[in-house]
Ligand binder design. Structure first.
Ligand SMILES: O=C(O)CCC(=O)C(=O)O
Ligand SMILES: [Mn+2]
Length: 198
């Protein structure tokens, strides 16, 4: 699996292809068809707004997740997602990276207008040195990164179909990321594997 370093400190690596075909395309179809996709609303300035994408939170029962002041209870592991989790853990273990994932946030972007705003995955439940592994399937889109202290320019990590992006320790502390809207068509599903400490 060819792996490229996008950044040394904090470590940001991209592996592509990750699963290979036909597995990657089959997995995209399975997740699209079989997961209980939800479009929760968020309260902003006293008004409810549906989020600009669909999502599902999957995890072990204790992996509760607080997001915008709400508690999300995890859905049980879909077998295809559990197999993918084990493949991500095996790939990282092979490179000498220790990791545990008890949960994953799946995002479904129906087209280029669907998006995720600027944020860091720095909730206290994830701990200070969190490692997050993100698998991308479907339409290739850039994940944009910017430094919180503006020490250097913002940059794009282009995430093609069947890729694995590893955001190593420090990424959430130093950088924010966003999946900005783009005039690019096509369904994209991402899975961000995390370890939530209860
Ligand atoms: O869809 C993506 O690649 C980004 C998802 C993301 O940032 C997240 O799930 O926290
Ligand atoms: Mn994120």
């Amino acid at each position: 699996m060819p792996t490229e370093s996008l950044l040394a400190d904090p470590p940001l690596w991209l592996t592509t292809p990750f699963l290979g075909e036909p597995d990657a395309t089959a997995l995209l179809g399975t997740l699209d068809a079989e997961l209980p996709w939800q479009r929760p609303t968020l309260r902003l300035y006293g008004r409810e707004h549906p989020i600009p994408r669909c999502q599902v939170w999957i995890g072990d029962p204790e992996a509760r997740y607080r997001y915008s002041g709400r508690d999300f209870l995890p859905e049980p592991w879909h077998p295809a997602v559990a197999i993918l989790r084990d493949r991500v853990i095996a790939a990282l273990t092979m490179t000498g990276t220790e990791c545990h994932f008890n949960s994953v946030l799946l995002n479904r972007y129906a087209g280029g207008e669907e998006r995720m705003g600027w944020h860091s995955d720095d909730e206290p439940e994830l701990g200070p040195k969190a490692l997050i592994a993100a698998v991308s399937l479907g339409a290739e889109r850039p994940l944009r990164f910017r430094w919180k202290d503006r020490r250097a320019s913002a940059f794009n990590a282009w995430l093609p179909h069947d890729s694995l992006l590893v955001m190593g320790p420090g990424t959430q502390e130093w950088l924010q990321h966003a999946l900005l809207p783009r005039r690019l068509p096509g369904l994209r599903i991402s899975l961000t594997f995390r370890q939530v400490h209860a």
